[in-house]
Design a protein around this ligand. Structure first.
Ligand code: GLA
Length: 377
């Protein structure tokens, strides 16, 4: 990376940083309802070589981009001004400046192996990598969780995507061998041991290659629906609706809002159950919770699609203990909890089902819980 940096920017980088993508085990579309989530960081990450610049210029280059250097003035950054991938890291720098941090310019060379548009948080990884760079280059005093909130603020206000805080928290705060149990209301977090290997299990990621895009309005509409339901129920957020009050609440809401509420409330319950099982070492029992989560996303929240449903169905039929889509939905990836000795047959079954249905071949890989954002060198 150092050589590539030197080739593009004609100077030596100060260091190299990394921030990972993520899969969420359970707790989908709960974060913007002040609820609970349980992501792990992926071994796939955005790496970035960087150095500070005294002239206030922010220069961004991606090995996955179209071979152009995006050259911006830090002082002139304004929401909506950058419409390419570079908006994600630039949004973080904008958020840092808005927060009053004394920052200057930088050169950043990005190289990512997080599949983009696959529901694996490649954009949050770009943001958290930029935040880690700025923290070190300008000796800023914020914590990993604070960097996640700044990154989310950049994505919400600079890029204009109304995402919750899960992806940024996962990329900034996950630790190796653990899932991050996060209360998105107060950002209280607990690292829950997640080492499937000892249990003879593994986690498959099935990227359906159906491109997922949060910017297309569907995500914002779901978020608005949840907020409207909370308002009608007189609650600060749907997280505040107890499961025991669910059916009464659904009965009193307009027909299109009831299922959204049912998903969020039951999903928060599933996160609690999953954490308890993991802490007791009962990993296999996580399977049915994943599959129930998928049914809720498919039937109540309606964010699955033919390919994600097929991947879940084929994986479970071939011996997966459970499976569900992960991330925002409308395509993207599915995770499947699989006994090691069934992994080959599950992968074959999913690939075969996709072929038979005329879908493009999915990208299937095994994952483990990796570390969050960090300086590498
Ligand atoms: C996207 C958003 C997250 C979260 C998920 C759904 O990944 O960025 O904040 O809302 O969708 O759980």
């Amino acid at each position: 990376m150092r050589e590539q940096f030197e080739r593009i920017f004609g100077a030596t980088p100060t260091g190299v940083w990394a921030a990972p993508g993520r899969v969420n085990l359970i707790g989908e579309h709960t974060d913007y309802n002040d609820g609970f989530v349980l992501p792990i960081a992926l071994p796939q990450a955005v790496k970035v070589a960087a150095r500070a610049r005294p002239d206030g210029r922010l220069r961004l280059y991606s090995a996955q981009g179209d071979d152009v250097v995006t050259d911006l003035s830090v002082a002139a950054l304004a929401p909506g001004a950058v419409t390419t991938w570079a908006g994600y890291p630039a949004g973080v720098v904008w958020a840092l400046r808005e927060a009053g941090y004394p920052i200057g310019g930088a050169d950043l060379y990005f190289d990512s192996d997080v599949p983009s548009g696959a529901g694996l948080s490649s954009s949050a990884a770009l943001e958290c990598a930029a935040a880690a760079v700025y923290r070190d280059l300008y000796e800023l005093p914020f914590t990993a969780a604070e960097s996640a909130v700044l990154a989310q603020r950049g994505e919400n206000l600079f890029v204009g995507v109304p995402c919750g805080v899960m992806d940024q928290m996962a990329s900034a705060c996950c630790t190796e061998g653990a899932a991050l149990f996060l209360d998105t209301r107060d950002l209280a977090q607990r690292q829950v041991p997640f080492s499937l290997d000892e249990q003879g299990l593994l986690l498959l990621v099935i990227d359906t290659r159906v491109k997922h895009d949060l910017g297309d309005g569907a995500y914002a509409a779901l978020r608005a629906g949840c907020e409207r339901a909370a308002e009608l129920l007189g609650l600060a957020a749907l997280r505040d609706l107890p499961a025991a009050a669910l059916s009464g609440a659904v009965a009193q809401l307009p027909a299109e809002l009831g299922p959204l509420v049912r998903h969020v409330v039951t999903e928060n319950v599933r996160v609690g159950q999953a954490v308890e099982l993991l802490e007791q070492g009962e990993y296999a029992a996580l399977g049915p919770i994943l599959t129930a989560g998928h049914a809720s996303l498919r039937d109540d929240f309606k964010v699955s699609c033919a390919e994600t449903d097929l991947a879940v169905e084929a994986a479970v039929a071939a011996g997966a203990l459970g499976a569900r889509m992960t991330g925002g939905g409308f395509g993207g990836s599915v995770i499947a909890l699989v006994p090691k000795d069934a992994a080959g047959q599950v992968e074959q079954a999913v690939t075969g089902a996709f072929q038979a249905a005329g879908h493009a071949a999915p990208n299937v890989f095994t994952t483990t819980a990796a570390a969050g954002a960090r300086r590498l060198a």
